[in-house]
Ligand binder design. Structure first.
Ligand SMILES: Nc1nc2c(c(=O)[nH]1)N[C@H]1C(S)=C(S)[C@@H](COP(=O)(O)OP(=O)(O)OC[C@H]3O[C@@H](n4cnc5c(=O)[nH]c(N)nc54)[C@H](O)[C@@H]3O)O[C@H]1N2
Ligand SMILES: Nc1nc2c(c(=O)[nH]1)N[C@H]1C(S)=C(S)[C@@H](COP(=O)(O)OP(=O)(O)OC[C@H]3O[C@@H](n4cnc5c(=O)[nH]c(N)nc54)[C@H](O)[C@@H]3O)O[C@H]1N2
Ligand code: SF4
Ligand SMILES: [Mo]
Length: 734
């Protein structure tokens, strides 16, 4: 293809020699873009492009998706199972049988000695759904530990908890198409243009065609905030106060949707009594938003024909995370904005398959949103799997964030980490380091050999990733989409599903539980378990999903048999009065008293530390740190610091500074920008042993999700900059 004037220095894009394009769904964020990967004559993936006919991304991809095929032969991949007796020793390569036998034998030994729950399993939002389901069956049905949870506790737990409290079940009610129908959008703590670039594009495209006001609640002036009609730079951790004040105004002005509330909700009077206390004048002193703006935003939202709210980690990662989600749902219910085009409360999910894990992994429960606490659910699943219902625990075990303290106290002795890297992603890593050292036996199953957590493993199981495997993922808008295996994992690495199935053979000696080999068959088995439920997928098959470029649940067998084409009802849930999942079909309006329990700046630590993400990187950079096309934009840790604050402290652009919290310190480069206020720095958490050395991670009482966004630090100058650069690098080496 030629660009520029044909005769004068035309730019010619290198012909990569693609002979075939294969279908996949992006394996980074939860937007769920459809990708085609180009293979050359030798079958090597050499290019990626967006799929034009896919409703989610309509041909577009972001900076991560476009280079995703480079992962396959990137540095640091695990290619052989590894084994050692102690984590101080060198790993020795071994074969799969030896590695898997060792895992089985050590787990059983520990369980026999210390009880079933003394082995913990921590899963992820980054595998394929059939893999989650299989791991769930293995864990719940055979290994039998109740301490089984996912990294989603760091991520979506507050959204799940808030949805359950408000609606009686998890499951985001809306879809991206709602941007095309909304008359008002509030984005709470979401940096959409960087973290979900293609959802942002869908939003922007809709807004350009049919303008609607955008209100952004974020203490930082993110790119989304720059594009907002109204930006509310809320005081960190106080969104619930702002929500209560908005509800106060709505009820005072009589702007609530009385018919909707009457027909669909319980709890109005209790809510009214609580929000009565949050008049805008009082609230403004806590949340930092002036009273007039609170009134304006509340009225704009309530008077809009259809009003929509989205949110991400600015809400979830807080000691009021679950309450924040309930507050958003309260606002939606009060104004009748659930399940109608353009009127919804849509949690923007994080990882590519965080939704799939919520639906199918059995982390914290049983498949398809079933719960351990229900006798019926336990019986149904046990019968389906062919196990004794009494083998299943009667209530959920520890949350991921409570598993580590239980290792500290010696309650848990064995740990299996699957596609998660807690040494980089959990708060207060110094504490986690000590915790990991206490483990008697640790297994790390990752597609990269060089992760921080693998340092503590006794057995390393090398896994395939993304399109080295086949299976489905669910995106933010409940769309189930498919990844096809277009290449093989490197060396002796194996798809996670293969690893689970081989492990199941070892725990399933009598062969009592069946473990299908092929993802398409597993998907059909899952379909049987979904029949008649909120998340009904009985109408879907792998083939149909690929043909349709993803299908939103619910999509039932009846719909498929009647020839109803997807989306056929799956666009939105809770569309009809009385469809909520509580037994009486009504949603709950829940009062949210606010207690300020965060670590807040004081004299010794006068600056807010806010942590989050950059567009070019993915979490601990196990992937994007290896891809030059991503890493080059941000190869070293830095803070966003307000230019006035930098000036007062005597810090110049590009200088290294030391950040000190009550936990530890980190050395980072200073990047002055007006994105942050004078009393805050923003530190991306992508860099090893950096942000999470400093974080405190107080936990939300309902979801146990850490408050990564609110802690206090001070900044110290570093006289010798060469030494500072060296130290910054050294801190990050292991
Ligand atoms: N490029 C890229 N994209 C990703 C990821 C990635 O690592 N890289 N990760 C994915 C995952 S797993 C997730 S969970 C999502 C996260 O997506 P986002 O939540 O959008 O990203 P964050 O940067 O973590 O935080 C969002 C915003 O919350 C704001 N915030 C901080 N404190 C508060 C507060 O008290 N109130 C409010 N209202 N806002 C606050 C921050 O200033 C920040 O701008 O991104 C997904 N997409
Ligand atoms: N300070 C701070 N900390 C945070 C956050 C924050 O905003 N601030 N955000 C939190 C959030 S929202 C999240 S989601 C977590 C994420 O935290 P982690 O779960 O630790 O996320 P990753 O670094 O993506 O780790 C995933 C691991 O799985 C591996 N992997 C990828 N694909 C596969 C696969 O198919 N199979 C296998 N076996 N392995 C695979 C990767 O190589 C990587 O090592 O971080 C949390 N930590
Ligand atoms: S927006 Fe998300 S799903 Fe789409 S290409 Fe980018 S990382 Fe992948
Ligand atoms: Mo996340």
């Amino acid at each position: 293809m030629l660009f520029g004037r044909a005769k004068k220095n035309p730019i010619k894009i290198t012909d990569k020699g693609v002979v075939e394009w294969k279908y996949a769904t992006c394996g980074y964020c939860s937007t769920g873009c459809s990708i085609e990967v180009g293979l050359n004559e030798a079958g090597k993936p050499v290019s990626s492009r967006g799929v034009g006919g896919a409703d989610v991304n309509r041909g577009k991809l972001c900076l991560k998706g476009i280079f995703e095929h480079e992962l396959f032969d990137s540095n640091g991949r695990g290619t052989k199972p590894l084994i050692r007796d102690h984590f101080h020793e060198e790993f020795q390569p071994t074969n799969w049988d030896t590695a898997l036998d060792k895992v089985h034998d050590r787990f059983r030994e520990i369980q026999e000695k210390h009880g079933r729950d003394s082995v913990a399993i921590v899963s992820t939002g980054q595998m394929l759904t059939e893999e989650f389901y299989t791991l769930g069956k293995l864990t719940r049905g055979l290994i039998g530990t109740n301490n089984y949870d996912g990294n989603t506790t760091l991520c979506m737990a507050s959204a799940v908890s808030g949805y359950k409290r408000s609606f009686g079940s998890d499951g985001p009610p809306g879809c991206y198409e709602d941007f095309e129908h909304t008359d008002c959008l509030i984005a709470w703590g979401s940096n959409l243009p960087e973290q979900h670039p293609i959802i942002y594009w869908r939003m922007k495209d809709a807004q350009e065609k049919r303008p609607f006001p955008l209100i952004v609640v974020d203490p930082r002036v993110t790119m989304l905030a720059q594009n907002a009609d109204i930006h509310l730079p809320v005081t960190p951790g106080t969104d619930v106060v702002l929500m209560n004040a908005m509800m106060h105004v709505i009820l005072k002005d009589g702007l609530e949707d009385k018919r909707y509330i009457e027909a669909n909700t319980n709890g109005l009077e209790e809510l009214r009594a609580e929000v009565e206390k949050y008049d805008p004048v009082t609230a403004s002193k806590i949340c930092g938003i002036d009273e007039d703006t609170i009134r304006t935003v509340a009225r704009l939202f309530a008077k809009a024909g259809a009003a929509m709210q989205i949110w991400t980690m600015g809400i979830n990662q807080s000691t009021h995370g679950s309450d924040g989600v309930v507050g958003i749902n309260n606002l939606a219910l009060l104004t009748g904005n659930i399940g109608k085009p353009g009127g919804t409360s849509l949690s923007i999910t994080g990882q590519c398959n965080a939704m799939g894990t919520r639906e199918w992994s059995s982390c914290s429960g049983l498949p398809n949103h079933r719960v351990l606490e229900s006798e019926q659910d336990r019986k149904d699943v046990a019968k389906f799997w062919g196990i004794d219902p009494e083998f299943l625990p009667k209530k959920r075990g520890l949350f991921q964030t409570d598993i580590y303290p239980a290792i500290e106290t010696g309650e848990i002795k064995g740990l299996w980490l699957i596609a998660t890297n807690p040494m980089s992603s959990l708060p207060n890593t110094a504490r986690i380091r000590k915790t990991m050292e206490k483990l008697e036996f640790c297994v790390v199953q990752d597609c990269y050999r060089d992760t921080e957590s693998a340092q503590y493993a006794h057995v390393f199981l090398p896994a395939g990733t993304w399109a080295e495997k086949e299976g489905v993922m669910t995106n933010t808008e409940r769309r189930v989409n498919i990844v096809k295996a277009l290449t093989k994992p490197p060396g002796e690495a194996k798809p996670d599903l293969w690893i689970f199935n081989r492990m199941a053979e070892r725990f399933n000696k009598k062969g009592k539980v069946s473990f299908p080999e092929h993802p398409a068959d597993i998907f059909l088995e899952m379909g049987e378990l979904s029949k008649g439920r909120l998340c009904d997928i009985t109408g879907m098959t792998h083939k149909l999903i690929e043909e349709r470029r993803g299908i939103q649940w619910p999509y039932t067998r009846e719909q498929a048999e009647n020839g109803e084409m997807p989306p056929a009802g799956g666009k939105r849930i809770y569309t009809i009065d009385g469809t909520f999942s509580y037994p009486d079909g009504r949603a709950k309006l829940i009062p949210l008293p606010f207690i300020d329990n965060n670590e807040v700046p004081d004299e010794k630590f006068p600056i807010w530390l806010n942590t989050g993400r950059l567009i070019e990187h993915w979490h601990g950079r196990s992937k994007t740190g290896k891809l030059a096309d991503n890493n080059k934009y941000a190869p070293i840790p830095f803070i966003e610091i307000n230019p006035d604050a930098a000036h007062e402290l005597g810090i110049r652009e590009g200088e290294y500074v030391r950040l000190v919290s009550r936990r530890s310190d980190a050395i980072v480069m200073a990047k002055p920008t007006h994105r942050v206020p004078k009393n805050m720095v923003f530190l991306p958490f992508h860099f090893h042993d950096c942000a999470n050395r400093l974080t405190l991670g107080l936990l939300d009482p309902h979801s146990r999700q850490p408050a990564y966004k609110q802690q206090a630090i001070r900044i110290e100058l570093m006289a010798d900059q060469t030494e500072a650069a060296r130290m910054s690098l050294e801190m990050r080496e292991f």
